[in-house]
Write a protein that binds this ligand. Sequence first.
Ligand code: BG6
Ligand code: MG
Length: 212
Amino acid sequence: MISAVIFDLDGVIVSTDNYHYQAWKKIADEENIYFDEEVNNRLRGVSRSDSLEIILERSERKYTEFEKTRLTEAKNTYYIKLLESLTAEAILPNVKEVLIKLKANKIKIAIGSSSKNAKLILKQIGLIDLFDAISDGNDIKRSKPHPEVFLIAAKRLGIEPTKCAVIEDASAGIEAAKKARMYAIGIGAAKNSKLCDLSVDNIAEIIEIVKK
Ligand code: BG6
Ligand code: MG
């Protein structure tokens, strides 16, 4: 029986995954490094610094730690600039209705995101007060696929990990959920992840699943 649902943020609650893509694409273009949607899908759920390492796999030269810091800072500056125009319109279809229905069914809801910008985004889209707990990139030492972010969310909710479901658009997030012994639901880019307990096309499908 599921007592709580932990939501990933970027690409599940809100379309900011596109902003991450645009900001990294700008960095990759400036550095003359090949970057496409396929590479971008590997960045889903992983931290800013781990994302850069994945992008640099395609680079012809080595980067110093100083250069890497400069690039992650530049990416975040581009990303924050894009977030300035973020409004509630970027909330993905059916998300708000699902959150309200889960709460009405006494299911706790939390955020489990690798992003250090999670609270800024949640404030901007007007959803921050809806969640019973938030666990994000500022709380963790290791990002997905490590389960830390989800285990912290479960602890803050006061719910056993095995009674939590996670909804994720990242393969790394699905892996993290399984390592945390949670029920893993894939959506979007994580739909075909082998470790999913279930895949959905529409987030509204999770209502019936968690009510069982
Ligand atoms: C995750 C995104 O939610 O947050 C990743 O899927 C991103 O692509 C990570 O790298 C860290 O985000 P931020 O906002 O701290 O750079
Ligand atoms: Mg995501």
